[in-house]
Each structure stands twice: as structure tokens, then as C-alpha cells.
Design a protein around this ligand. Structure first.
Ligand code: GEK
Length: 237
């Protein structure tokens, strides 16, 4: 279904992952996030290298389940359980509908990432989700993820990022605006969405991500993908 949520000049409220968003999410994310499809493909590639037999794979902030599907259909290992977690009941409903008949070793859970216990994990995915976690809770979450990962297991994080250098930030933001225009969003939709989401999507710069991985104990983290102001990181334990 096409995303028309921000087409009207109306009372703007903070963005929420409700039924209206869940219905159009797949269209919204592809038209708003440059490189989204590649991020998902990277998750599929990573499961081949970093997945391990008899372990759990976690998809945190699963939304409609794209990363879980990538984990499930590309998994060459045996006896794995995928745990897809989201705290939006509407997303969880959509996710269950999407995964039905496609992946059988998946458990879709409605709950908060911050309350989750991670155990016996070889892959943990935070695809565009950490940016919605309160910044002061982010290090604690990454620390917990590190502890729940097995040796040689991987954390995959994709995020919208910002640059501290004003010129670079303006340059990349302009290109992102052009990306959204090219995907059919009007000036009004872009402005409304920005206003609605600016209090809940809080970006970090790349250095903050690397520092956080390092503090948690990850000795080997790289940026394995970037498209405009969106980056994916791979941190291996
Ligand atoms: C994808 N990963 O398509 N606990 C659980 N879920 C949360 C929390 C939380 N504390 N905070 C936010 N969410 C997906 C895309 S979308 C990204 C992820 C975006 C959930 C929220 O309900 C939403 O479904 C998801 O994180 C973020 O690969 O909308 O830009």
C-alpha cells in the first residue's frame, strides 16, 4: 500500500508506529531510506558467514519482518531460532502475517528491546532501530547484546547518521531530500514527516557508533555499507 500519510496539512503529532504506518511501512521505508534493499541483502550475506548451528538469531525492531526473512531464507546453518521483536502491536501483527508460510523457525514477540534477554546468539540485527532508542540507553543495550552473543557472532546495525561538519551535513541532507523527491514525495510530505519524526529519530555520527561498539568489547567493527546518510555496521565478537 502506498504511503500517503503526510500529504495533508493537518495537526501534526509525533510519529508513531501505529496501524496506519504498519500498513504502508514497506513502501515508506523503500522510498525514504536510500540503500534499504542493500541493507537487507547484507543481513542475508552475514548470516552465511556469522551464523552458527544451534544458536538464536535476533531481529530487533523487526517492523514487517524484512530482515527476519533475509535471515531465514539465506540461512545455511541448522537448528536456529529467529526471534523477531517489536514493541508496536500493529507492526507485530503485520510481521506475523508477512512471515506466515515463508519462515517456520521464527518467534514474533511484542515487547521492548530494552527488556529483552539475549542468549546463545550468533546474529543480532538492529536494522534502523537503534536510532529510536533513547540515546542514554544505547550503550547499555549494545553492552547487553555483546554479552548475549557467542564468540565470532555478529551484530549488524543500520542507522541514519549525521556529520558534525556542517558543510558535509548540508550536502548529504540535500541529496537525501532529492532521493525522497525522486521517489514521489512532495515538499509538504517531506516537511511534515521531518517535523513529526524529529523528536523520536535521534541520529549519531559514525564515530559515536564505533566508540560504542568498542566500549562494549567488540574489537572488530566496520562500516560495511553506506548510501548517502545511511550506514550499516558489522561488529564481530
Ligand atoms: C526493517 N528493522 O525493515 N523496542 C522494540 N521495538 C522498537 C523499540 C523498542 N524500544 N523502539 C522502536 N521499535 C526494520 C525497520 S523501523 C525503522 C525498523 C524506521 C521499533 C518500531 O516499532 C519500528 O517497527 C522499528 O523499531 C523501527 O529492517 O521506521 O525507520
Amino acid at each position: 500500500m502506498r504511503d500517503n500519510i503526510f500529504t495533508k496539512e493537518s495537526d501534526l503529532v509525533d510519529f508513531a508506529f501505529d496501524a496506519q504506518v504498519a500498513d504502508v511501512f514497506d513502501d515508506m521505508v523503500k522510498r525514504s531510506v536510500p540503500g534499504y534493499q542493500s541493507m537487507i541483502e547484507m543481513v542475508g550475506l552475514s548470516v552465511k558467514t556469522y551464523g552458527q548451528d544451534n544458536t538464536n538469531y535476533y531481529d530487533l525492531g523487526a517492523s514487517t519482518g524484512a530482515a527476519s526473512i533475509a535471515l531465514g531464507i539465506n540461512n545455511p546453518h541448522s537448528n536456529n531460532q529467529i526471534i523477531a521483536l517489536d514493541n508496536s502491536p500493529d507492526m507485530v501483527k503485520k510481521c506475523r502475517q508477512n512471515l506466515a508460510g515463508k519462515i517456520d523457525n521464527v518467534n514474533v514477540i511484542c515487547g521492548d528491546i530494552l527488556d529483552m534477554r539475549f542468549e546463545n546468539a550468533s546474529i543480532i540485527v538492529l536494522n534502523l532501530t537503534l536510532q529510536f532508542i533513547t540515546p542514554s540507553n544505547r550503550q547499555t543495550l549494545i553492552d547487553k547484546i555483546y554479552k548475549g552473543l557467542n564468540t565470532n557472532g555478529a551484530l549488524i546495525v543500520s542507522e541514519k547518521i549525521h556529520f558534525d561538519n556542517q558543510q558535509k551535513q548540508e550536502q548529504i541532507s540535500r541529496l537525501h531530500l532529492d532521493f525522497k523527491r525522486a521517489n514521489g514525495y512532495s515538499e509538504l510530505e517531506i516537511a511534515n514527516k521531518r517535523q513529526s519524526i524529529e523528536n523520536i529519530l535521534l541520529t549519531d555520527n559514525k564515530q559515536t557508533h564505533f566508540k560504542r561498539f568498542n566500549t562494549a568489547g567488540f574489537k572488530n567493527s566496520i562500516c560495511h555499507f553506506q548510501c548517502l546518510n545511511f550506514s550499516s555496521f558489522l561488529a564481530v565478537k
